[in-house]
Design a protein around this ligand. Structure first.
Ligand code: SF4
Ligand code: SF4
Length: 296
């Protein structure tokens, strides 16, 4: 492939991977695709002139694992957290709803930002951990693989780029704890990618969007849906998984995205029970007979 074509394809891919980024972020990112081994210079510390400048007027998507960590830290149930700190936002491609941190409408400040910096620092969201690196994840139709790459965000107000401290992107991710978050959010990210690459061929029913938002944000409600409905009569859940999802929000979240992938894309991760299939067939047959009787 010629250098020109390679560069053009990379920019197109980068554009595609960044569709959901706010325009102001897209304007300041360096349109260069980076690997985990590449180097950049950056240092952020409380004595820097721009301290806290990056924590206002931004769109920060909260991933399921961000929510689990922050809720645990604030000792809040999902509903209270969403009510006080989040606002829903629909991703452009795929039309899936995600929560954003709700910035103060008057000052534009993040509600977790204070004079001493981030008040939830050790539980801050993965987007804040990555900054000033952005990550783009793409699903390759040809190979069915996910392709991950990075780019640098250079905003005028951020003096961290003027400091002399060398990092590889991989070292930065480890230092900030982003890689651990990506592992926990894998099911959520895979679902979004699959939904995007499926295009308009797969309709996102309103109910599916609601289930996706529930699975992403509210394990308490999703747990009630599993255990207080006919769910366990319809879907096969092995006893160990059942035990885990009763107690553990992260296990429940992973299970929720496996289930959503099964019903939307036909992945075989959560199977329908044969008895449920037989019952469904019987119900359909009974309906047909009833309809025929009415028409006679
Ligand atoms: S969560 Fe913390 S680091 Fe992230 S924007 Fe808010 S104050 Fe800043
Ligand atoms: S150096 Fe950049 S990341 Fe650090 S406080 Fe300043 S603006 Fe924020």
């Amino acid at each position: 492939m010629s250098d020109y074509k390679q560069a053009r394809d990379q920019v197109l891919e980068l554009e595609e991977g960044l569709r959901d980024m706010p325009q102001e972020v897209r304007n300041v990112l360096h349109p260069v695709r980076l690997t985990g081994k590449e180097h950049f210079q950056f240092r952020c510390h409380p004595g820097i002139a721009c301290f806290n400048a990056c924590c206002r007027n931004i769109e920060i998507i909260l991933t399921p694992y961000d929510l689990i960590r922050i809720r645990r830290r604030l000792n809040l149930d999902a509903e209270s957290f969403l009510y006080h700190y989040a606002t829903p936002f629909t991703l452009t491609k795929g039309q899936l709803p995600v929560p954003l941190i709700r910035m103060d409408p008057e000052t534009g400040q993040c509600p977790f930002n204070g004079p001493d910096g981030c008040s939830i620092y050790s539980d801050r969201p993965v987007a804040c951990r990555y900054y000033p690196i952005g990550m783009a994840l793409m699903h390759k139709q040809e190979t069915k693989d996910d392709d991950e790459f990075y780019f640098l965000i250079k905003e005028e107000f951020c003096h961290g780029h003027r400091e002399v401290k060398d990092w590889t992107i991989q070292d930065w991710r480890s230092d900030q704890g982003s890689d651990g978050y990506d592992v926990q959010n894998r099911g959520w990210m895979e679902f979004i990618l699959k939904r995007r690459s499926a295009g308009d061929g797969v309709a996102t029913a309103v109910q599916l969007s609601e289930f996706f938002y529930m699975a992403s944000t509210n394990p308490d409600v999703f747990r009630r849906f599993v255990f207080d409905s006919s769910f366990l009569k319809k879907f096969h859940v092995d006893p160990e998984t059942e035990r885990l999802i009763r107690e553990d929000d992260q296990a429940l979240t992973d299970f929720a995205f496996s289930w959503l992938k099964s019903i939307l894309f036909g992945d075989a991760e959560v199977k329908v029970k044969p008895t449920a299939v037989a019952e469904l067939k019987e119900r359909r047959a009974n309906k047909t007979v009833a309809k025929e009787n009415l028409e006679d």
